[in-house]
Design a binder for this molecule. Structure first.
Ligand code: GTR
Length: 328
């Protein structure tokens, strides 16, 4: 009897320590991030952890695991949803297959530029996307920048859709991106971020697509030296938290968590624009062959089947797509 009581008491203590019951109990959270130490997101997530610690007087601590050591991004998203990881900095790209509302930002060229993306995410479309994610167990506390993604490869400059024809191109795990490459006549290869360098180097893929900071920080520019400014995707990122853990917090702690995430996002956005410039300069100095894409309309036209297929499978998301397009 005594033993059973002791086991019971231990179990309760473990549950409380894990923060499941929220309130004023101490909690130690784990955080996922995919990037290298000096990356804007890494610095900003460390800031989030620091502010959380300060704001709760050490009751909530966040141990950040950078460099994707806790698993690939699609895996980490699942781990966050079940509460095995409490917090993560995720790109909305791999969240799209889980939360359809979040997938609209992965429609190529849906945003006209960074400012348009910010206005949409700070307005009603952003609220609808957050609500869709919350239904799937993820609360978006704040949005990080991730610039615009462009194509790069080891073969030649891309100036028109036909240049992608026959190319093997790595994409993130999301059917929309595979559809995008297929619509350009290329062969999509969904793959984890950590595998891309080796795959480019050994010719398993000819190219990939990303923003300047990721192209640079991963060393992809060393093995895929043509960067073509297509800017086909502008995908925001979130500071996300498991919905049950967030829901169980006191109102006071919720405010601390949100405020810490917002401040970390302010920092991330500031660092992001600086890093985008610095990364661009670094790869250009290293000899990357860069070209503008003068006729973006040709790429946009080629995306019509991608939109048609998406809206056919998600007719209820048509108003959201239109609301983003109509955002001034
Ligand atoms: C980066 C993004 C990562 C990851 C990566 C990728 O720009 O910040 O979260 O999505 O791209 O291509 O897998």
């Amino acid at each position: 009897m005594k033993l059973i009581n002791r086991i019971g008491a231990t179990a309760v203590a473990v549950v409380l320590a894990a923060g499941i019951s929220g309130g004023a109990q101490a909690a130690e959270w784990k955080g996922w991030n995919i990037h290298v130490p000096d990356y804007p997101n890494t610095i900003a997530m460390d800031k989030f952890a620091e502010l959380l610690d300060k704001g709760t007087g050490g009751r909530i601590t966040l141990k950040m695991f950078h460099g994707g050591v806790l698993g690939s991004q699609p895996d980490a998203i699942e781990q966050l949803r079940i509460g095995a990881i409490e917090v993560g900095n995720f790109n909305l790209g791999p969240i799209g297959p889980v939360a359809p509302e979040a997938n609209v930002v992965s429609l190529p060229f849906i945003f006209k530029g960074m400012d348009h993306m910010h206005r949409a995410m700070d307005g009603a479309p952003g609220d609808q996307i957050s609500a869709g994610m919350a239904k799937k167990g993820m609360v978006a506390l704040a949005w990080y920048d991730s610039g615009a993604r462009s194509f790069y490869n080891s073969k030649k400059p891309i100036t028109k859709p036909e240049d992608v024809t026959g190319m093997k191109v790595r994409v993130m795990n999301n059917d929309l991106y595979s559809g995008m490459i297929s619509a350009l006549g290329g062969n999509p290869s969904p793959m984890a971020f950590s595998e891309v360098y080796q795959s480019l180097k050994t010719g398993v893929v000819d190219g990939a697509e990303n923003n300047w900071p990721s192209y640079e920080s991963t060393g992809h520019f060393e093995v895929a030296g043509y960067y073509s400014m297509s800017e086909h995707l502008i995908i925001p990122e979130c500071v996300c938290i498991n919905a049950d853990i967030y829901g169980a917090l006191s109102d006071e702690d919720k405010a601390v968590v949100r405020d810490a995430a917002r401040q970390s996002a302010d920092l991330q956005r500031e660092l992001w624009s600086k890093r985008a410039e610095a990364s661009r300069e670094k790869v250009m100095k290293a000899g990357v062959k860069f070209n503008e894409v003068a006729d973006k309309a040709a790429f946009q036209d080629a995306m019509k089947p991608v939109y048609a297929k998406f809206l056919e499978s998600n007719p209820d998301l048509k108003p959201l797509v239109e609301a983003i397009q109509a955002t001034q």
